[in-house]
Design a protein around this ligand. Structure first.
Ligand SMILES: [Zn+2]
Length: 328
């Protein structure tokens, strides 16, 4: 038996040690930022590669009119990375009306949504969601549309709201899902958080264009109060009939405007740091860690972690199904 094979000189030991160190370093880097993105969804999409910091895919090879959306998302990523002290990787999938149901979990096409595994789905081209909402504007007197037109121009294109504005909200959900997975105490808390992220990111952009468009449309919906018959109004219903609420588009929109008003007030009062406090609350109260809380138990922890004043702002005004409640 020869010892030749076992002979290693000092240089080789140094080289091997260095390689092992590099390997360990790579492994630890990978561990701090595991690839959580579900890449199965990208298989039939074009990798449009329109950003250095965000993965971008689309149902067409050269999609138009999404450069601004991507620029906004890059700014929002900068803001969230800083606020949450993350460097989050995620993917944005631009999906046209025709292919919507293949990628999104709920219609109509163009209603932005975040998946639990790192993907966000946004509309591409003139979305059905925006078309429907623009039809809704036709019932509103011209004189009441002036504020909206100030920020959208004469031809109001609501894809600028659903794709550009709400993508910030969906991105906020991704920063949440990355830490919490699909588990949360209440869906309405997740949605308050999404709205809080939407407001914080938009207010921190170089230009207030996105914020003004988002805010003028939401405030118009609030002022007009033309929701028709709302089947659901309570938070319990929002939890228990969530999918049905979503299917009743108007009803979901109504809930979201309530959450939006609360989020705006919370952000005005407590600033960017509150996003982090809120996300920590969602992480720490994950039901996989502490179990599902009763309303009382949840309220107690909210007061402890978010503060009494913030909990007052979060007080839900519509616990009964009385139509008169909607008027205040
Ligand atoms: Zn949401």
């Amino acid at each position: 038996m020869t010892t030749f094979n076992c002979y290693i000189n000092a240089d080789e030991i140094k080289m091997k040690t260095t390689s092992i160190l590099i390997l360990l370093l790579l492994m630890s880097c990978k561990q701090s930022q595991p690839d959580w993105i579900d890449r199965q969804l990208h298989k039939e999409l074009f990798d449009i590669n329109l950003s250095e910091s965000i993965e971008t895919y689309a149902t067409s090879e050269n999609p138009s009119q999404i450069e601004n959306t991507i620029k906004n998302l890059e700014q929002a990523k900068g803001y969230f990375d800083k606020v949450f002290e993350e460097k989050l990787n995620f993917a944005v999938l631009f999906v046209d009306n025709k292919n919507w149901n293949k990628y999104a979990f709920i219609p109509p096409p163009g209603m932005p949504q975040a998946h639990y595994e790192g993907n966000m789905i946004l509309g591409l081209g003139k979305s059905m969601m925006a078309t429907r909402a623009e039809q809704g504007l036709q019932n509103i007197p011209e004189s009441e549309l002036s504020n909206l037109k100030k920020y959208y121009g004469e031809e109001v294109d609501l894809d600028l709201f659903f794709r550009d504005g709400l993508s910030l909200h969906e991105l906020g959900h991704l920063y949440q899902f990355y830490k919490t997975g699909k588990n949360s105490q209440r869906r309405w808390l997740d949605e308050i958080f999404g709205n809080l992220c939407q407001v914080g990111a938009a207010r921190n952009m170089e230009s207030q264009e996105v914020f003004n468009r988002m805010d003028s449309y939401q405030m118009l919906l609030v002022q007009q109060n033309r929701w028709g018959e709302l089947k659901y109004k309570t938070l319990v219903q929002f939890e228990e009939d969530y999918l049905d609420v979503m299917k009743q588009g108007q009803n979901y929109g109504w809930y979201q405007t309530q959450f939006y008003l609360m989020a705006k007030e919370l952000h005005s009062k407590y600033g960017d740091e509150f996003l982090n406090i809120f996300r920590d609350f969602l992480i720490d109260t994950n039901p996989t860690i502490i179990g599902k809380l009763s309303n009382e138990g949840l309220q107690e922890l909210m007061i402890e972690n978010l503060g009494q004043d913030a909990v007052e702002i979060l007080q839900w005004k519509y616990e009964t199904l009385n139509d008169n409640d909607l008027e205040n």
